[in-house]
Design a protein. Structure first.
Length: 217
């Protein structure tokens, strides 16, 4: 069974049984695991979805259910790229005006309020679903879903005269092209580090997670 948080309006659904929505914190997840006689949990949530990971760790410990973290590796800095690492979206917003005047903001629709008061920068905001206010005063909204190509991202940077990129270190190949394009375009990239994670057994390959689940369940 796959559980999705329900943050995307039209998610790409996996095969098999799917549930949408939260569990109600660690207590709700613990009760759900017991009710459904779950024998193994794979936490395959987004690298920045820290709350559900913490809930999974607490709930599986209480329920006595094995837990594995499936997490794609972070991105590798392309040759010649100018990356500026920060620890939060708020820190990225504070740094931006010193780096450029036209930003390509690709951090997702969660947390855009961190940039709402950055009036010295114009933003091209790309996300899958429409974000909620507050948003930066000067912006254009682009609703789109990956995967993206380097050529397409380069065209986007040129068309909108982008001079700085903002992204979380989400990893994966679907959206990595923007980082290569930014390096080729000669503009800096502000990268938000991943939040700290609990000490949980972790793999980066889906097949490894599947083998583990078959063995422990």
């Amino acid at each position: 069974m796959s559980s999705l948080a329900g943050r995307v309006e039209r998610p790409r659904l996996p095969e098999g049984e799917v549930r949408l929505g939260g569990f109600g914190g660690p207590d709700g997840l613990t009760a759900w695991l017991a009710k459904h006689d779950v024998r193994a949990v794979v936490d395959a949530t987004h690298p920045f979805a820290a709350r559900i990971t913490d809930s999974a760790v607490a709930a599986t410990a209480r329920a006595g259910v094995p837990l594995l973290r499936l997490e794609r590796p972070g991105w590798t800095q392309p040759d010649g790229a100018d990356w500026r690492w920060v620890d939060s979206l708020e820190e990225a917003a504070e740094l931006l005006p010193s780096l450029g005047e036209r930003a390509f903001l690709t951090s997702g629709r969660q947390g855009l309020a961190a940039f709402a008061d950055v009036d010295a920068v114009w933003f091209l905001i790309r996300c899958v679903d429409p974000p909620e206010a507050p948003l930066p005063q000067y912006h254009e909204l682009l609703l789109d879903r990956g995967p993206y190509t380097v050529d397409r991202e380069l065209e986007l940077l040129r068309t909108h005269r982008i001079d700085v990129l903002v992204s979380k270190d989400s990893g994966g190949s679907m959206t990595a092209a923007k980082l290569t394009a930014a390096a080729r375009h000669g503009i800096p990239s502000v990268i938000v580090r991943r939040p700290p994670r609990p000490d949980t057994p972790t793999v980066s390959d889906v097949d490894d997670a599947l083998h583990w689940a078959l063995e422990v369940a």
